[in-house]
Design a protein around this ligand. Structure first.
Ligand SMILES: Cc1cc2nc3c(=O)[nH]c(=O)nc-3n(C[C@H](O)[C@H](O)[C@H](O)COP(=O)(O)OP(=O)(O)OC[C@H]3O[C@@H](n4cnc5c(N)ncnc54)[C@H](O)[C@@H]3O)c2cc1C
Length: 387
């Protein structure tokens, strides 16, 4: 079966597939059952240099683009793993590279490239404001050579497996800015230092084995040097990370989609009921074929989002649309896969139920489908603002 994905970046695909083959589905299943973190897997990816793909060569990385990074993430999901354990470093990286100072780049990037430090976490969402990001209530107030942080975040992922976190906070009160997107700033937070005084983490047990947390800030002091870029411009900078995140997650959903269609196709050829393979019935074939068509189409939009991102062009529309299409396609593939596995789809040893849960997340996070539709309606089609 020819797939659009198989015709691109074969060297990267072969190398990532070889690494993933050392961590078969059974490994990921056991991590999921134990609600653990795939530490060995992430360490192997780091050692092989994949987690430093986006870091320029001058700072010890391989200087690849988001396109290649997306192929790495796609292959992990396609092999039965879940990039959610490590994709944070990929989408955070360009925020630091593009908007950080030279001193910050020199200090952090070589250590991240070598695996000494992990930059896996980004803290945007808050419990009382949700998707209405410009209304966030976490504040950062400059006091001499420090910023003092107060507030609360929710669903902050991988912080327990990260040394650094990018934090979005308000530095100028909403009432004092002309545009609501102004007056927000981003900071690098040294997680271990912060946990000694001023930052408390409370894990949120959730449907997916995804390490995510409530984070509380009470008079947390961080060095003023940890501000990324210019004070007050953080919302613009965080969009670099959010567009990368949406594009990478589109690629992960495409990887999931191929995993589901491969899995269900194999099963439907072998499972014999009423004297013939279930895959001989068009009622079984069509939902699988439909999901496959949609995965292939989503893939084209994912590459367009990557191309624009890597060229430094505005890619908000393409990143959102790629994420929408891919998350929808992977979910349809997941539904077909679980349905045609019958009862066995629910048995953990088939991995279908695990991947089904994992891919479902992407209808809601990192941005819900409704908010993408609203973005397209307002920003592309020019319909009146609804909020
Ligand atoms: C496992 C997990 C990991 C996460 N990791 C991170 C992380 O690392 N960092 C981080 O900052 N955040 C993270 N998030 C948060 C995630 O980005 C948010 O949950 C998501 O953006 C939705 O925000 P919300 O939960 O506040 O939903 P809300 O904003 O409360 O919205 C709830 C629902 O209402 C609907 N809705 C809301 N407003 C509108 C509207 N105007 N029109 C139509 N429909 C609307 C949408 O369908 C939406 O799904 C994570 C979430 C999960 C579940």
């Amino acid at each position: 079966m020819t797939r659009a994905a198989d015709e691109t970046f074969q060297d990267i695909r072969d190398a990532v597939r070889a690494l993933c083959a050392e961590f078969p589905a059974e490994y990921h299943r056991k991590v999921d059952e134990a609600r653990g973190y795939p530490e060995d897997f992430v360490a192997a990816l780091t050692k092989a240099g994949w987690m430093a793909a986006l870091i320029p060569e001058a700072y010890g990385g391989s200087g690849l683009g988001l396109t290649e990074a997306s192929v790495i993430m796609e292959e992990i999901n396609r092999a039965g793993g879940n990039s959610g354990a490590c994709h944070g470093q990929m989408y955070n990286m360009n925020t630091l590279i593009r908007h950080g100072s030279e001193a910050q780049r020199q200090h952090y990037l070589p250590k991240i490239a070598s695996g000494e430090l992990r930059l896996q976490s980004m803290a945007v969402t808050e419990p009382t404001t949700g998707t209405d990001t410009t209304k966030i209530k976490t504040t950062a107030v400059r006091r001499g050579d420090r910023y003092v942080i107060n507030g609360q975040k929710v669903f902050i992922s991988r912080i327990q497996h990260s040394d650094l976190m990018i934090l979005l906070a308000r530095t100028t009160p909403l009432a004092e800015v002309k545009k609501k997107s102004e007056g927000l700033s981003i900071f690098l937070v040294d997680v271990k230092e912060a946990m000694k005084s001023g930052m408390v983490i409370r894990p949120i047990l959730n449907m997916v084995n995804h390490e995510t947390n409530e984070v509380f800030f009470d008079e947390l002091e961080i060095p003023a040097d940890n501000l990324i870029g210019e004070e007050g411009q953080g919302f613009k900078y965080i969009l670099t990370g959010l567009n990368a995140e949406r594009t990478l997650i589109a690629a992960e959903c495409i990887g999931d989609g191929y995993w589901f269609t491969d899995k269900v196709t194999g099963y439907a050829k072998e499972r014999v009921v009423f004297g013939r393979p279930i895959g001989q019935n068009q009622g079984v074939q069509f939902p699988i074929a439909e999901a496959f068509i949609e995965i292939e189409a989503a893939n084209l939009m994912r590459y367009e989002a990557c191309r624009r991102y890597d060229a430094g062009l505005d890619c908000g529309a393409q990143a959102n649309m790629a994420k929408y299409l891919a998350a929808k396609a992977s979910w349809e593939a997941a539904n077909a896969c679980i349905q045609f596995h019958g009862g066995f789809g629910f048995a953990c040893e088939y991995d279908v139920e695990r991947k089904f849960r994992e891919t479902r997340l992407y209808q809601v996070a990192p941005i819900s489908t409704n908010l993408i539709l609203s973005y397209v309606a307002e920003h592309i089609l020019g319909l009146p603002r609804s909020f």
